[in-house]
Ligand binder design. Sequence first.
Ligand SMILES: [Zn+2]
Length: 329
Amino acid sequence: MAQDVSRRTIMAAAAAVPLATAAATALPRPVLAAAPAPEAQAPGFYRFKVGSFVVTTVNDGQFARPNPAEGFVRNASPEAVRAALEEAMMPTDALTIPINFTVVHAGGRVILFDSGTGGQLAPSAANGARNLQAAGIDPASVDLIVFSHFHGDHIAGLTTREGQAIYPNAEIAVPEAEWAHWMDDGVMSRAPENARGGFQLARAKFGPYASRVRRYGDGAELAPGIRAISAHGHTPGHTVFHVADGNQQLLVLCDTTNHPALFVRNPTWAAVFDMDADMAAQSRRRILDRAAADRAMVIGYHFPFPAAGRIRARGDGFDFVPAPWSSAL
Ligand SMILES: [Zn+2]
C-alpha cells in the first residue's frame, strides 16, 4: 500500500513538472552503433497437421515473369489478364511466381513432394536448401521423394549442379506416364533441338538414383495415406496427391495451376507451360471441383507462401482462400 501511495505521489509530481524542465532533465540519447537494417527475408517454412501427419511447406524462392499480360496466358487477351491481376491487387507489369515444395512426416516416414530448383535455375529461386535446414529437416532423413512431373523447377533440386545426389537415403517415385515421355530416346530425338534440354535434365537428375526409382500409376498408394491422382495435361504425366489421415485431407496440387490469381480464378486459361492445354484445363477443373466440394486443404507449388489454403467456387472459376497462419501446430 505504501508503495502504491508513493508511486502515485511521484506520478503526480512528474505530471506537475513543466514541459521545459522535463526536456532539460531528460537523459541524453545513448550513443549506439547504427543497427543495420535486415537484408534478407525471414526463413520460409510453415507447418500444419493433417490428422497425425505433419505437413511442412518450404519456400524455394520465386521467379519474375515480366509483362505477364503478353504471351504468358495462351488463350486470354492482355486486357483480361491485366484485369485479373488488378482484381487481385497485384502489379500488372511483372508477375512474381513463387516456388514451394512440401515435406510430410507420415507414420515414421519423411516424404518430400518434388525437390525444388536446387538453386540452379535463377538467383531468386535458391532458398530451398537453406529453408529445409531452417525447418530442421536433414536431406539424409528423407526416405521417399514423390515427383509430380519433370519440369526443371520440380526436379533440379534432386542433385547438385555437378550431379551429386542430395538425398542419400531416398527412394524416388515417379509417374509412369511422365517417365515414359521424358526418358524415351525416340521422343527426345524427334523433339526440336531447342526442346531437348528437358529430356537431358531428366536423365541427369534421375541418373544418380537409377536403382531407387519406382514408377507409379493413377490411384497408386505411395505410402499409407498418400495416393496419386493423375492430372495430366500440364505435362504428359502430371500428377497430384491426396494425403489423408483420420478425418482430415490435403490435396497437393503441384502444377494443376500456376499463380492462383490467374489460373485458379480462370481455370480455362492455359499458361505457356501447359504442354496439352485442353487436357490441362480438364484436369484443373476436375481437381479444383473436388477440392472445393470437399473443402480440403490444398498446397500449390506456385501459390504465394505458405502456399496452403482452400479452394472456393466462384462464378465460372474458383478462388484460392489462404489458410490463416497459426502459431499452434
Ligand atoms: Zn512448376
